[in-house]
Design a protein around this ligand. Structure first.
Ligand code: HSE
Length: 438
């Protein structure tokens, strides 16, 4: 059979990884795909830089639209990134009847509904394994390996930059700003790190996993997003003393009792004994809880040239296998289709159910603890553990650390307001969500 023809738009770090993996493993890939996979054309604005990567082995164009216009090409890989041009190119490729493989999480999280609808109408596939957790085959696990399950929840470390920063803060006891600068120097964090450190990148990926797991539309705009820039080394230390690590988690959960789905990214205390709490550095990991399988864990590199290329090429193989199949019997790459949960709303953050870590700087005098526990009790929040740091000589204030049991977030918000108003609470209260993940 003639090799399936692929056009690659954007020959950067991941694009060159795709070129090298396809070339190096071409025999294995051909056997597994049932036919060859041939890079027929690549695009990059800078011709000389493209030539330095692919030499004269693949025709190079400087205008990505030449790939879409090429009638020989069956699959377009979009690795341009960003939202505006990428969206136009992907929609044009679909309209031209080409399958699309993309690593662009932002594009799909924001414009996914439009793009998947266009692909379905045209009978082509849009595959995006590389968009979530890089080389970890989590999309395939959710779509295929776990397809017998009712997914209960997913919790993931899906941003390597922030996990690297948190690991360094814990290991070296350093503050966020210091570690961020070091991460930028080492190339772990970008010059403008906003999307990573403020949780946006993780929320893009979480939104895609949530859509697959629960069959709901892609709804990035409903996600609750918090990053790690406000996190203090002192809270990482206190959490450690209580047997917890702090991770930036993306969590999505079905809450049948509340009639909705949780979709949230925020720093989270996780018991130190959980495997996911021990994922260090720039690595990614995703825990999926299914009703039949129980808890499963997926771990690996979430970024980088060849790890991400591994996922892109897997999608090419998938499409090569499915290309000839009847569109009605293909496994849809986005499992969102009118199913039981399709109209289920994303719950506002006030209705999310979680436990909390609280740190209060309080006056060290009689009755302070009881005034705080009274407020928690009035808001029906149950306390799990309390830690009071010894006051140093001459100090008349101390840190109170409180762990709560699960509560509804709205109740905690009310309790925080009342506690903050006490004259004996001397600084803004720090609250961090806590999940047992069991
Ligand atoms: N910047 C991302 C990370 C990788 O730090 O994990 C690509 O999403």
């Amino acid at each position: 059979m003639k090799p399936i023809q692929v056009g690659l738009m954007g020959l950067g770090t991941v694009g060159s990884g795709v070129f090298h993996v396809l070339a190096r493993n071409q025999q294995e890939i051909k056997r597994r795909a049932g036919r060859g996979i041939e890079l027929a054309m690549v695009s990059r604005r800078n011709l000389a830089q493209a030539q330095a990567i692919v030499g004269d082995q693949v025709p190079i164009v400087t205008n990505a639209r030449e790939i879409i216009a090429n009638p020989e090409i069956d699959i377009v890989i979009e690795l341009i990134g960003g939202c505006d041009l990428a969206r136009e190119l992907v929609l044009e490729a679909i309209a031209a009847g080409k399958h699309v493989v993309t690593a662009n999480k932002a594009l799909l999280a924001v414009h996914g509904t439009e793009i998947f609808a266009a692909a379905r109408a045209k009978g082509v596939m849009v595959a995006f394994e590389a968009a979530v957790a890089g080389g970890i085959p989590i999309i395939k696990a959710l779509r295929e390996g776990l397809t017998a399950n009712r997914i209960e929840w997913i919790a993931g470390i899906i941003n390597g930059t922030t996990n690297f920063i948190l690991s360094e803060m814990r290991d070296k006891g350093l503050d966020f700003d210091v570690v961020l600068k070091e991460a930028q120097r080492l190339g772990y964090a970008e010059a403008d790190p906003t999307f990573d450190i403020e949780g946006v990148d993780a929320a893009h990926k979480l939104t895609l996993m949530s859509a697959i797991a629960f069959g709901v539309p892609v709804q990035f705009n409903k996600a609750h997003v918090e990053g790690i820039s406000a996190l203090s080394a002192v809270d990482i230390r206190y959490a450690e003393q209580l047997g917890y690590r702090i991770k930036l988690l993306g969590i999505t959960k079905r809450r049948d009792g509340a009639g909705g789905i949780e979709l949230r990214v925020h720093p989270t205390l996780v018991p130190a004994k959980r495997l996911i709490a021990n994922v260090e550095g720039a690595m990614n990991a995703v825990v999926v809880q299914g009703d039949a399988v129980g808890t499963t864990l997926y771990y690996g590199k979430g970024a980088g040239s060849e790890p991400t290329a591994s996922a892109v090429v897997a999608d090419l193989v998938d499409i090569a296998r499915l290309h000839a199949a009847d569109p009605d019997h293909r496994v849809p790459h986005l499992a969102f289709q009118p199913d039981a949960l399709a109209d289920t709303p994303i719950l506002p953050i006030d209705q999310v159910q979680t436990a909390f870590y609280l740190r209060l700087r309080v006056a060290d005098e009689a009755g302070v603890l009881s005034s705080i526990t009274t407020i928690l009790a009035e808001n029906r929040i149950s306390i799990d553990a309390v830690l009071q740091r010894e006051s140093r000589d001459g100090e008349r204030q101390t840190d109170l650390i409180i762990l709560t049991h699960d509560t509804i977030e709205g109740r905690m918000r009310d309790a925080l307001q009342s506690m903050q108003a006490l004259s004996t609470v001397l600084a803004p209260i720090v609250s961090i969500r806590k999940e047992e993940l069991a």
